[in-house]
Design a protein around this ligand. Sequence first.
Ligand code: ATP
Ligand code: MG
Length: 370
Amino acid sequence: MVGSTRALKAIPKDVLERLWTGKETRLTLRHLYALGKHADKAQTMNSKPFRIPAEFLCSELPIRYGHMLSVLHGHPLARSSPSITRVIDRYFQDAHKLTSLSIPSCEDEAQEFTQTLRTLRRRQCGSLLRLRHGLLTENLGNESAQKPLHTFLDQCNGLGVGVNLLIGEHLCLNDKGHNLVQLINPTQVAQSAIIEARKYCADIHQVSPPQVQLVCKDDNLSTTYVPAHLHRVLFELLTNSLTATIKHGETSPVRLTLVKGEEDVTIRLSDRGGGICAREVHKAWRYHINPKHDALMEHDEDDAQVEMDVKRGLRFARLLARYFGGDLALISMEGYGTDTFLALSRDDAVTENYPLTQPMTSSFMKEAFV
Ligand SMILES: Nc1ncnc2c1ncn2[C@@H]1O[C@H](COP(=O)(O)OP(=O)(O)OP(=O)(O)O)[C@@H](O)[C@H]1O
Ligand SMILES: [Mg+2]
């Protein structure tokens, strides 16, 4: 904890206090959509670029990093688990960087600001994967530890999704000139996820993957959503269905149906990949160890490598689906196949599914760090 103590002492006391006790501003898809539009307008009017989002980010991100530290520190194994102490250390360093970030007032500063956020996003991605990989490895075979461990990982990953969303919105506007949150046609997102998932499975399994039939009766299907989130969830579901179908020796196509309801857009994915037996279904909803990430635990600077690796599995897909009021469910018929149901809420006023945290008290802080 040497690094974190040093980073902590460098943060002014009042800033530190705000970090622990600050209340997050929970956003809706509508907020994010409007925020981006505002920045678009500011750009076309030739005023300072990204002024509003930068101000918001400078006040909001430190609060969310504070919550992440509070959750990590509140874990009973915070002092004894090497993975948690290491990630706390990294988050402290990042929180320190964030608290010294100021609102850019010229183009050079704006670029530096964006670069810092890019680095923070990459580091967070590496931190969360290290936490997951490390904790799962440390608790391998400890069945009774799995439930609380997964709840804890969900909480950290949920906070991570929120931070990624805020940074991602800024980077998307900066790099691509449009919002991260958009009015999307889910069918188009599904089409690109199908292409990518089939390519991924062809590479992994070295066979020509089954076809995917896309069924949607509504040509003008639309909803406000984060296309990157939907793409990611569908990619996970499709790779699972295609993989199961291939492994089961089936050739029948996987069927993806999209339906627009009053409240939801529902997407069903049906495969004939042999299903999962009832006794094993709970395991499908667990985070799992990816041996590719073993090397990460040795090095501290391979964040770029993990950022490129988009695979996060079914449980993470459900977390993303639930972030804006949606859900993900799976019904399996052992010996036949699996139906996966993804619901996206069409209500753009639903707030972020922000994981509740207990703000850190000063006495706890004192005891923990000083
Ligand atoms: N459609 C499906 N048919 C059969 N089994 C499935 C299906 N979807 C998920 N599973 C089971 O659930 C497990 C967990 O899925 P998950 O996507 O989290 O991990 P993975 O597919 O094994 O690895 P990764 O997605 O990280 O490459 C799978 O290994 C598989 O056993
Ligand atoms: Mg998978």
